[in-house]
Design a binder for this molecule. Structure first.
Ligand code: NAD
Length: 434
């Protein structure tokens, strides 16, 4: 039997946030945790607890392929910490998936949920596979087998996945259906990022970019800069980048540069973001968009702008180019766009960096709203979702800024301190079960 192949873009998200190439991502996470723990004078025992992942599951997943051969895939689900509530974190399908990456992403979810103070712990899942080479039927069977493999940990009260690299709402619907078939009734709250007709939330798609917009406005106000006419360059024009650019333009900022994997465009008079979004939706690329002078992605990063929004990949601002960055504010839409070397250089230059675990937390915040709506069986209008998101992002920015002033540390260290102290406090209250 031959496989009927549909374009991959119909059912998987494009490759994204593969990060930290040569650096072990879990070690990177630990170095940031160590710094926050030292500043907080965290008890040695608690540091040991937070340095470890609570649970690591490895499953081997036999799948009958369309040609009737059997392939066996490897999948992981890691729960880093569940002291504050059910584990929350995406599932990625990618050839680069490895256990240290999944562990690091799980821990980052713990810190991200704690920074915005939503009642979740951190988790992540991954399956080593190349979805671009699989038919939709093969992907469905793989998803269902993976879900069955980790079903003992899944549940609205224990572990709630979401989409991540190369998975989307289609995949979440399969996870939800498989779980529901096992427990014998429909459980929409077992995953977030679902189709709206299946219990998904209005406003989820735009939530990460909207959150970036809210924290950027907060940063401008903090630095005494005007919104109107503020110049912005955005790297990445997918979900996060395009929504951030669109919403900042609607607030009065001037988006002078945008870019995607095909390169960048620069127009000092301002780019028509809506036209770019229409073009991108049609062509899946900005390559032929006539909206400014062509630049390389590296040139975009070092433009003389007020705000730079890296919203594509990890490790784009490095020790090599940080000295050339001219932006006054960096809003990290992507996960891990700034290396530790770059961070030190940016600090010396006085660049105000809104770190990823705060800047892009709008996505998980509206995932939390989705979970709440599913459990309540009562759905909110989009205006309510957006207003509640704004409240959380603005408060979280204020909390991190206050800590950064109090301890004279940058926003990233303050965000880690806030997150680690919140998780540690819950551990102190709960004690150690024995
Ligand atoms: P996406 O796939 O929708 O968009 C990624 C964009 O980056 C595309 O426009 C792509 O062309 C561009 N890109 C890829 N390689 C590039 C390169 N070398 N140079 C410049 N641009 C390049 O992804 P997304 O959902 O917007 O996610 C972007 C980042 O934000 C990732 O790091 C992701 O983990 C992070 N993030 C996303 C969400 C979310 O809700 N989508 C939430 C939190 C964090």
């Amino acid at each position: 039997m031959t496989a009927t192949r549909r374009p991959t873009s119909d059912f998987v998200r494009p490759d994204k946030d593969r990060f930290l190439g040569e650096i072990n991502p879990y070690e990177e996470m630990l170095s940031r945790l160590r710094r926050a723990a030292a500043l907080l004078k965290l008890e040695e025992g608690l540091f040991k607890v937070l340095s470890q992942c609570e649970k690591q599951i490895t499953v081997s997943l036999p799948v009958v392929m369309d040609d009737n051969t059997v392939e066996v895939f490897t999948g992981y689900r890691v729960l880093h910490n569940t002291s504050r509530g059910p584990a929350k974190g995406g599932i990625r399908f990618d050839l680069q998936v490895n256990i240290d990456e999944v562990k690091a992403l799980a821990a980052w979810m713990t810190w991200k949920c704690a920074v915005v103070n939503i009642p979740f712990g951190g988790a992540k899942g991954g399956v080593i596979c190349d979805p671009a080479k699989m038919s939709i039927g093969e992907l469905e069977r793989l998803t269902r087998r993976y879900t069955a493999g980790i079903i003992a940990t899944l549940g609205p009260d224990s572990d709630v996945p979401a989409p991540d690299v190369n998975t989307n709402e289609r995949v979440m619907a399969w996870v939800m259906d498989t779980y529901s078939m096992h427990v014998g009734h429909t459980v929409t709250a077992v995953v977030t990022g679902k189709p709206v007709e299946l219990g998904g939330s209005l406003g989820r798609r735009e939530a990460t970019g909207r959150g970036c917009m809210f924290v950027t406005l907060q940063a401008l106000a903090h630095l005494g800069m005007k919104v109107k006419g503020t110049t912005v360059a955005v790297q990445g024009f997918g979900n996060v980048g395009s929504v951030t650019a669109d919403l900042l333009q609607k607030q009065g900022c001037k988006i002078v540069a945008i870019g995607d994997r095909s390169g960048a465009l620069h127009d000092p008079k301002g780019i028509d973001v809506e036209a770019a979004i229409t073009h991108y939706a049609k062509h899946k690329s900005l390559e032929k968009f006539k909206g400014g002078k062509r630049l390389s992605n590296d040139e975009l990063l070092t433009l003389d702008v007020d705000v730079l929004v890296p919203a594509a990949l990890e490790n784009v601002i490095t020790g090599a180019n940080a000295k050339d960055i001219r932006a006054k504010i960096i809003c990290e839409g992507a996960n891990g766009p700034t290396t530790a070397d770059a961070e030190a250089i940016l600090d010396k230059k006085g660049v105000f960096v809104i770190p990823d675990i705060l800047a892009n937390a709008g996505g998980v915040t509206v995932s939390y709203f989705e979970w709440v709506q599913d459990r309540g069986g009562y759905f909110w209008d989009e205006e309510t979702v957006n207003r509640r998101l704004e409240t959380i992002m603005v408060h979280s920015f204020g909390d991190v800024l206050a800590l950064s002033k109090k301890h004279k540390v940058n926003m990233r260290t303050a965000a880690y301190m806030l997150a680690v102290s919140r998780v540690a406090n819950v551990h102190r209250l709960r004690g150690i079960f024995a």
